[in-house]
Write a protein that binds this ligand. Structure first.
Ligand code: 13P
Ligand code: 13P
Ligand code: MG
Ligand code: MG
Length: 380
């Protein structure tokens, strides 16, 4: 079939049970009902509803392309209906991520996070959907570099002729709303100069250079920047295509065996290890975390979702979880100190301006010791 299929992952936090830690089953049921009706009406082909922590995740397939108003409208309806249920149950932060009162063609900029890609389905089309809570889109910078540019992670870069040409990274500057395109391997150091600052530069898309095929996409809407104030973090999602000219499934999962440090823990203001967990453990408890990520593996066949397989539900990731807990202990001992706590400009909550105001009358000028180098004459 040469028709292009679209995989859309759209997510929002519309309320958590007992704090910011998990989505209530009634919200999952409500979203499932809305999407089932949408599938009935032919808006989408297929869907899977899940959650990571307090984020409600809608995984949908259709033939309408990215940024489609019908598909986005359906997702918006699911979030609005789930918000009503969240309010009726008194859930915490009901409607947290819905920044607009009404839908206007596209959920981008309205609060939900979106990762979408359109492609011609291969005879076998394996995909991985990553979903994370208590972190931000830049959390994918390091693992995506490793998947698509690091031959010590991805053997295929060296031994698979289709991967051997490398990948093109589309990187967003979230402060200036700019997009850069960088080719690896030859521009790897330039790429790292940018994406090593994940609060500002985030990998948005990755393309295979052999033929320009899309390989991966990340949701990169920063809610705090959209709304101009703290409204909840942009807990991110990402899609990666696997096998047959793309990295193998195991190459895609491998970077998550090292729980790297990411921003977004507790009140969106702390740094902690990204812990890969099963769907069963996709709830954030300790210090509202630690930041967690799940990975679901699907095959797309004739526009339908086959699966999923809960990919981190595996003893092979037990050591990563143990390491994450050791790192979490260590980071927590820093309490309110940086670098566990984020810098003032990145914190989503801060009392610093008020504290400075309160103390302003009590501050005195630092006496500057006149220790200017004495002139030669003075010596003589
Ligand atoms: P199979 O030989 O099982 O298809 O595996 C190929 C592969 O690329 C595994 O990483
Ligand atoms: P969420 O962004 O997941 O809602 O978490 C907010 C928070 O403050 C957790 O401590
Ligand atoms: Mg929340
Ligand atoms: Mg969340």
């Amino acid at each position: 079939m040469s028709r292009k299929v679209t995989l859309s992952v759209i997510k929002a936090d519309v309320g958590g049970l007992a704090g910011h830690h998990i989505v209530h089953p009634d919200l999952l049921a409500t979203a499932t009902r809305v999407l089932a009706e949408g599938r009935e009406r032919g808006v989408i082909e297929d869907f899977y509803v899940t959650h990571v922590g307090d984020d409600l995740e809608l995984i949908m397939t259709h033939y309408k392309g990215v940024d489609n108003s019908e598909v986005h409208g359906l997702a918006w309806e699911a979030f609005v209906e789930a918000t009503k249920v969240a309010k009726s149950l008194g859930l915490y932060g009901a409607g947290q991520d819905l920044l607009a009162d009404s839908f206007s063609g596209n959920v981008r900029g309205l609060g939900p996070g979106v990762a979408e890609m359109e492609f011609i389905e291969r005879p076998s089309e394996p995909v991985v959907v990553f979903m994370a809570d208590k972190t931000e889109p830049g959390a994918f910078n390091l693992p995506f570099y490793r998947i698509f540019a690091d031959p010590f992670n991805t053997a295929g870069l060296v031994i698979d002729p289709k991967l051997h040409h490398g990948f093109r990274f589309e990187v967003m500057d979230l402060y200036e709303s700019l997009v850069y395109e960088l080719n690896t391997p030859e521009e790897a150091y330039d790429l790292l100069a940018l994406i090593g600052s994940p609060y500002r530069y985030t990998v948005k898309r990755v393309y295979r250079r052999l033929d320009g095929e899309i390989a991966a996409v990340v949701s990169s809407e920063r809610l705090s920047l959209i709304a101009g104030r703290y409204v909840g973090k942009d807990d991110p999602v990402a899609i990666v295509r696997a096998q047959a000219g793309f990295p193998a499934l195991g190459e895609i999962l491998e970077p998550f065996a090292t729980p790297h440090l990411v921003a977004g823990w507790m009140r969106g203001s702390f740094v902690g290890p990204l812990m890969p967990v099963s769907q069963r453990d996709a709830k954030t408890t300790r210090f509202d975390g630690p930041p967690r990520i799940i990975a679901l593996g699907f095959n797309i066949k004739d526009g339908k979702l086959v699966g999923p397989s809960d990919l981190f539900d595996d003893p092979a990731f037990d050591e990563a979880r143990r390491t994450a807990n050791i790192i979490a202990d260590y980071m927590r001992r820093h309490g309110p100190f940086m670098p566990h706590r984020l810098g003032p400009e990145e914190m989503e909550y801060t009392t610093l301006p008020e504290v400075l105001k309160k103390l302003s009358g009590r501050a005195r000028k630092l006496e500057e010791k006149k220790s200017a180098p004495q002139s030669k004459e003075a010596h003589e």
